[in-house]
Design a binder for this molecule. Structure first.
Ligand code: NDP
Length: 290
């Protein structure tokens, strides 16, 4: 029987764990606060921001909300980030992407202090992940690893294929699977023989951004399939990059869309915020001792 990996239940479990730890931090006099910056009024971004703030409220992390008009200049945004970097009561900074075209995303992400980079997009965080050092890990791929571990899927020694090589999903996903001792192949739009490569996978992670692209011709019997994609189909229903109904009987385990990877992204953001607050507490103590 195919195991349908329940991302909603696992993410709820993680949020409970974070909530307990935040409470312990609070009892010791610590606190956690996340600054959430949105530029413009893109409705999809608005929904993501609202969900992130709701999750913060649930686990006990204060959210500092900055809703800026679309015409905000790059300089103004960089100044705000500079202020937040120096603001002691703010442990994490999240800039909702995408930004309007006149603002350079890389410049903005690069301006966030790596200590507060809870999205894990700063080059220092990416470099730390790449070289096996400590740093924040992007939430979606970190969520995939948690899903696999908490569903009892062994990664070590497995053939892992990641389809997609974006900086926020595919590349960090590949590095995390490698860190877990998987044997990793990364495929992308220029890959030849994609079906053959995918059919080698014991663990197939799909982050392409094309609705129902992966059908049963790409799946090895008994594979674990993780679908990162999110789309709205013609009937306005959510679907992923994988054709769930077509492939599910072939898989040992598979994530549904919705209710698979999606909820994990926010749960891992909460975990990164907790980590940032704990790190800030540790550095406060170091300052007091010195
Ligand atoms: P990007 O568009 O940044 O990257 C897509 C990747 O897929 C690229 O590397 C591209 O290759 C590759 N690709 C595109 N077409 C093909 C193809 N025909 N065959 C093989 N590879 C292909 O997307 P993201 O990584 O940001 O997101 C991927 C999906 O995940 C989207 O549906 C997005 O909405 C979803 N997502 C979901 C999240 C969640 O919380 N669940 C969070 C983030 C994203 P190339 O590099 O050669 O162009």
């Amino acid at each position: 029987m195919t195991n349908i990996i329940d991302g909603k239940a696992i993410s709820a479990q993680i949020k409970e764990e974070v909530k307990e730890k935040i409470e312990k931090l609070r009892q010791k006099g610590g606190k956690a606060a996340l600054a959430v910056i949105q530029v413009g009024d893109d409705p999809a971004s608005g929904v993501y921001v609202k969900n992130k703030k709701n999750a913060c409220a649930y686990v006990g992390i204060a959210s500092l909300s900055y809703e800026l008009p679309k015409k905000t200049s790059e300089v103004e945004l960089l100044e705000l980030i500079d202020q937040l970097n120096r603001m002691e009561e703010c442990n994490g900074i999240l800039v909702q992407l995408p930004l309007p075209d006149h603002i350079d995303e890389n410049k903005v992400i690069g301006a966030i202090s790596p200590d507060k980079d809870v999205d894990g997009f700063h080059v220092q965080s990416a470099g730390a992940l790449c070289t096996g050092q400590t740093g924040f890990i992007p939430c979606t791929p970190a969520g995939v690893i948690e899903l696999l571990k908490r569903s009892g899927v062994e990664i070590e020694g497995k053939e892992c294929v990641v389809v997609g090589r974006s900086n926020i999903v595919g590349k960090p996903m590949a590095l995390l699977l490698l860190r877990e001792n998987g044997t990793v192949t990364v495929a992308h739009s220029k890959t030849k023989n994609l079906k053959e490569i995918c059919r080698r996978a014991d663990i197939l992670v799909v982050a392409i951004g094309k609705p129902k692209f992966i059908n049963r011709e790409y799946i090895k019997k008994g594979a674990v399939v993780i679908d990162v994609g999110i789309h709205r189909n013609e009937q306005n229903k959510l679907c992923g990059d994988v054709d769930f109904e077509d492939v599910k009987d072939l898989c040992d385990a598979i994530t549904p869309v919705p209710g698979g990877v999606g909820p994990m992204t926010i749960a891992m953001l909460m975990q990164n915020c907790l980590q940032a607050a704990e790190n800030a507490g540790l550095s406060d103590r170091k300052v007091l001792q010195s």
